[in-house]
Design a protein around this ligand. Structure first.
Ligand SMILES: Nc1ncnc2c1ncn2[C@@H]1O[C@H](COP(=O)(O)OP(=O)(O)O)[C@@H](O)[C@H]1O
Ligand SMILES: [Mg+2]
Length: 680
């Protein structure tokens, strides 16, 4: 057993003292200028830093329908072990990152509020959280480092009055010298390289001390900066450094001091005036978020007066703390709003002003099934729920959620489910990638309404709780919860929508039936020896047929006509029409011929269609010997039970079932077949 000392020394070995030293470095202004000469990026503004942070996680480029696409790995949440990863929103995120890029380059977007807009639960808060967390981490790396300043106290050289707004040290340089100093700092740098640009003025507090010292030293700036200390700025939401969040409370209680700081009444007595910056707390959300990012949660719920402040702040990069002049800020301003809220205010007059000064970025729901599934797999995987989740459980919930978001295709020949499959990358005869793109384009509002992932997450949780003594949960448990919840769903207020969502649950159940029927069929037919024998038999006959020969009967040794019934019974399984059978058979023989020239043998598994046809044929032949439907009656003889156990074992091996879920699904499929038999 390890002892305490060993545990401590493990941490001792892994800790990075060098890194700690760097992060907690404190130096002089002169030393800071040397840092800036070597690493000018430390002076990046907030938009530049956030944009570089996103790029620093890496970029993947790919194509969809011959159009280039980008995936920013930053949104995979690589440093949070993926727990906050965003799935399936590459397009929206690309638009967002492009806006940041343009703001970073100073093309004007930096003067607008970035407004994430979308339906409830489309991951807007998650995106904001990722940016804030990311910035905390990035500011602590060498690449993302930034610095701020303070003045050594005259009374006690151990004490530094740090800038309450985390100001950039270069702001100490008087305006009239800035051009020349920028030129010196940028000397030797090419036009494509990052160039230092000194922007903004010191905050009122730091400016006050600066002026005081200037006086003290008879206007000698070189002596003033000797009193300056510079330190690394480690952004942290918890410590209220460089990261702010503003959440509207009820309308009456909104007070501008929450944004721009407040008078410190206790200190007024000490300093004698309420306009002395030392008697003011620069701790409003805008103040503390300087150099980083400020998030406005549900921004349209803000009082209108506040909104104008906000728009002003973003346009001017300035705020107005009570009693003080305009104060410069450098921070990314990010707001989000839910689509119903946005719609409610659409015709409001101040929305005009808002539209002009915001960049609205739509964050829709996911419309690609495989991506939606990932959202649920992250939270509900066997490790986290300590339970077996039957195959297709999360898939069916996700399928329903996506179906509720899709717009009915204009093409009458296409069902909603088929459209979902096309979006999911499945190919359907007669549909090219180009057509799929057109489908997306014709459905303008797709993904902006429907069921939210949060609703589905809640219902999966309910199912887990309701069946907490079961060792496994299955799709029906979840689908039933999804249906039951519709009655009380707060966001659905018309009966027609509710009805439509119920019908879509029906579509999903039908699809589930097809999927499991297919799996059970394949499990029954997954007898490789039998398949190989059937295949050899089929090929012998096809060969004889195409070459107008006879087939040797293995028992009798007699030569017989090719077995047309056998061949057709296989081909019909995959809808090869009588008129197409010659072509099909010839294709197969050509393929086998080509293989044998290379000295290779034919393997039916390489031909997906033939494989499927053989499986279905074998299933048909074996179905009756397995007597699946006898499962319904509960009286199963030993021989049948043995066969059923083999099938169950294959379901477990090939399709991810466990004992219990395999039993369930066999019973379920047996009941479907029993129904089918009864119909016949
Ligand atoms: N595209 C997505 N990828 C990953 N998770 C998502 C996605 N969309 C929604 N979620 C999940 O749904 C839940 C709601 O997201 P949230 O960010 O709170 O939404 P919003 O702020 O838009 O209402 C969260 O658990 C989130 O992780
Ligand atoms: Mg939210």
């Amino acid at each position: 057993m390890v002892n305490g000392n060993e545990i401590i020394s493990l941490v001792g070995q892994r800790q990075d003292i060098e890194q700690f030293r760097k992060k907690h470095w404190v130096g002089t202004f002169e030393e800071y200028l040397d840092i800036v000469r070597q690493h000018p990026e430390v002076t990046r503004n907030a938009y530049q830093r956030v944009y570089d942070m996103i790029l620093s996680a890496g970029v993947e480029r790919y194509e969809v329908a011959r159009e280039p696409r980008v995936h920013y790995k930053f949104f995979d949440d690589p440093w949070g072990n993926g727990h906050d990863a965003i799935y399936g929103l590459d397009e929206a995120l690309e638009t967002f990152v492009n806006a940041l890029k343009s703001a970073a380059k100073g093309y004007g977007i930096e003067r607008r509020v970035l407004l994430l807009h979308g339906p409830v639960g489309s991951s807007k808060s998650t995106i904001a959280r990722q940016l804030k967390k990311g910035l905390e981490r990035y500011s602590a790396t060498d690449e993302g480092a930034l610095y701020t300043l303070g003045f050594v106290s005259l009374d006690n050289p151990e004490v530094v009055h740090w800038c309450p707004m985390n100001g950039e040290p270069l702001q100490l340089i008087p305006k009239r010298f800035r051009r020349d100093i920028e030129a010196m700092l940028n000397e030797g740098r090419g036009p494509d390289e990052f160039r230092v640009k000194i922007e903004g003025e010191l905050c009122p507090f730091t400016r006050y001390i600066y002026n005081e010292r200037l006086h003290l030293y008879n206007g000698d700036w070189t002596r003033v900066v000797k009193d300056v200390r510079v330190k690394r700025l480690l952004l942290s939401e918890k410590d209220r450094v460089g990261i702010g969040t503003f959440q509207p409370k009820d309308e009456k209680n909104q007070d501008s001091t929450e944004l721009t700081g407040d008078i410190n009444f206790r200190k007024i007595a000490e300093y004698g005036s309420d306009s002395d910056p030392r008697a003011f707390n620069f701790d409003g959300e805008f103040n503390i978020a300087n150099r980083g990012i400020i998030e406005f949660v549900e921004v349209l719920k803000l009082d209108v007066a506040f909104l104008y402040d906000l728009l002003g702040a973003s346009q001017e990069h300035r705020i107005k703390p009570k009693k003080f002049a305009q104060t410069d800020i450098d921070e990314v301003i990010l707001g989000h709003t839910n689509e119903p809220e946005y719609r409610r205010l659409q015709n409001n007059e101040f929305m005009e002003a808002l539209r002009d000064r915001t960049v609205k970025i739509d964050i829709p729901y996911v419309t690609k099934l495989s991506e939606e599934i990932k959202i649920y797999e992250r939270d509900y995987n066997p490790e986290r729920v300590h339970k077996h989740i039957a195959p297709h459980t999360l898939e069916m919930a996700a399928m329903w959620a996506v179906l509720t978001r899709l717009e009915e295709p204009k093409n009458a020949g296409l069902t909603l489910l088929q459209k979902l499959k096309l979006y999911n990358g499945k190919s359907l005869p007669g549909f090219t990638e180009e057509n799929v793109k057109e489908l997306r384009e014709e459905a303008v509002n797709e993904g902006m309404h429907g069921i939210s992932p949060r609703y589905v997450q809640d219902k999966i949780s309910n199912a887990l709780v309701a069946h907490s003594d079961a060792t496994c949960i299955n799709p029906f448990m979840v689908l039933n919860e999804l249906e039951a919840g519709l009655k009380h769903h707060s966001l659905i207020n018309d009966e027609a929508t509710r009805q439509r969502y119920r019908e879509l649950l029906g579509v999903v159940k039908e699809e589930y039936e097809n999927i499991v029927k297919n799996e059970v069929q394949r499990a029954i037919a997954a007898d490789e020896d039998a398949l190989a024998r059937l295949c050899a038999n089929y090929i012998d006959n096809v060969k004889a047929y195409t070459q107008h020969e006879k087939v040797k009967n293995k028992f009798t040794g007699q030569y017989e006509e090719p077995d047309e019934r056998l061949m057709r019974s296989i081909e019909e399984k995959i809808d090869i029409a009588e008129s197409r059978k010659d072509d099909f058979r010839r294709e197969i023989m050509n393929y086998i011929g080509a293989l044998s020239i290379d000295g290779r043998k034919f393997d039916y598994k390489t031909n997906e269609r033939l494989h499927r046809a053989l499986e279905l044929k074998l299933f048909e032949d074996q179905k009756d010997t397995i007597k699946l439907t006898s499962l319904i009656s509960n009286v199963v003889d030993a021989d049948t039970q043995a066969k059923i156990d083999v099938v169950k074992a294959r379901l477990i091996r090939d399709f991810g079932y466990n004992e219990e879920s395999a039993t369930d699904v066999l019973n379920y499929v047996a009941s479907i077949f029993a129904r089918g038999d009864a119909k016949e």
